[in-house]
Design a protein around this ligand. Structure first.
Ligand SMILES: Cc1ncc(COP(=O)(O)O)c(C=O)c1O
Length: 385
């Protein structure tokens, strides 16, 4: 058997990792400023995390959701306190798409309606309803296109109200900060207006914090920069630092009933242990403070690079834009400078999503490397012209 070939691959084979570094099979060391699509929160192979998972798997890795699991309760309490969302209930699942799928389903159960409002350039995952609210026709099969979805421009309260006033909407789903779409975000005025409008029309507001949550924006959740209270918050990526886990924080105005949602693997003992140790480390190492400190340093130093047009995003969820495609730049950063960065659906945007404990020195290494690579690309272009 061979692999179903859906991923274009860089010719690198990582075999171990520690903190902000990845090592390949030839023992070359790479600085990881991408965290495997924004997944690595507390750093690769953190000692606390490795010990907790190893000890748990020796005791018990999994049993189903038909018996008591105190680790799930401990996670709900700890996450509620740490994120200042104590008035929400937690449902655990396995991935970001699954979290959004359940959030949309719950909104539909709650309102008895099925149409969803999403935003232009949104990315919410690849499963049935989650991909239907993703603004990319190429990854929506005819099956997915059966969902009723309308895409609106960000920051346009008039078009939002017009759509809500049709009274056939179950939910509005929005990313705290857009990830794959290119780091655009709603303004505070927009988020607050949207919260009010959703409440007025009896529509649920779903905040997708799968990428922007878990401290990445400089607050636990990106929506907390706007002082709003969504009805459902979806989480994944940084939650398990690489261990597959996702979840929904559900406002206590939405009532649970047996069988309403469910999963075999979601909230298993190992996943909860991983998620608990992520929160422990975030607290002990004050990682959200570090995000704000390192982000300011990044934003100051990036000003030295005149090719940069604008830096989008917040905290350590940043998009550096140029007036050319960054594809060659990313390759040079990996193969010549040994630094991982990310792309997005905007070809001119370099995505920066490092582990939250990245240091200002590591950012300095990146800035110096970026200068060298840009100079080389410029010289090459001059020779060609
Ligand atoms: C904002 C957002 N929502 C949902 C998802 C889907 O998450 P997963 O790939 O874990 O299904 C992603 C993944 O990139 C994402 O960035």
């Amino acid at each position: 058997m061979k692999l179903f070939d859906v991923y274009p691959l860089y010719d690198v084979t990582p075999v171990k990792a520690k903190g902000c570094y990845i090592y390949d099979d030839k023992d070359t060391k790479y600085l990881d400023l991408y965290g495997g699509h924004g997944v690595i929160s507390i750093g690769h192979s953190h000692d606390t995390y490795v010990t907790a998972i190893s000890e748990q798997v020796q005791k018990m890795g999994f049993y189903s959701n038909s018996v008591k699991n105190p680790l799930q309760e401990a996670l709900a309490v700890k996450l509620g306190k740490f994120s200042q969302c104590e008035n929400y209930d937690l449902f655990l699942c396995n991935s970001g798409a699954e979290a959004n799928e359940n959030a949309l389903k719950l909104a539909s159960f709650e309102t008895g309606k099925s149409k969803i409002i999403a935003f232009e350039r949104a990315f919410h995952g690849r499963t049935s309803a989650a991909v239907s609210v993703t603004d990319n026709p190429k990854i929506n099969a005819p099956l997915n296109k059966q969902h009723e979805v309308v895409f609106l421009p960000l920051n346009d309260l008039d078009s939002l109200e017009k759509e809500l006033s049709t009274n056939d909407i179950a939910a509005v789903i929005i990313e705290g900060i857009q990830g794959v779409g290119g780091l655009d975000q709603g303004s505070t005025e927009f988020f607050r207006g949207m919260e009010k409008l959703c409440f007025a029309y009896g529509v649920l507001l779903i905040l997708d914090e799968i990428q922007s949550g878990y401290g990445r924006s400089g607050k636990f959740f990106a929506f907390q920069h706007h002082d709003i209270q969504p009805d459902i918050i979806t989480i994944a990526k940084g939650m398990g630092n690489g261990f597959p886990i996702g979840g929904l924080l559900i406002s206590d105005k939405i009532k649970a009933s047996y069988g309403l949602l469910g999963t075999t693997f979601g909230g298993n003992h190992l996943a909860c242990t991983a998620a608990l140790s992520v929160l422990d480390v975030m607290e002990q190492e004050r990682l959200i403070e570090n995000v704000n400190k390192v982000s300011s340093h990044f934003l100051n130093r990036i000003k030295e690079i005149e090719e940069v047009i604008i830096v989008k995003g917040k905290g350590l969820m940043l998009g550096v834009t140029f007036d050319f495609s960054v594809s060659e730049l990313r390759k040079s950063l990996i193969f010549e400078e040994h630094i991982f960065t990310g792309g997005s659906s905007n070809p001119n945007l370099l995505r920066i999503l490092p582990p939250l404990g990245v240091t200002t020195k590591q950012i300095d290494v990146f800035i110096d490397a970026l200068k060298r690579v840009l100079e080389k690309i410029e010289n090459k272009n001059k020779q060609l012209n």
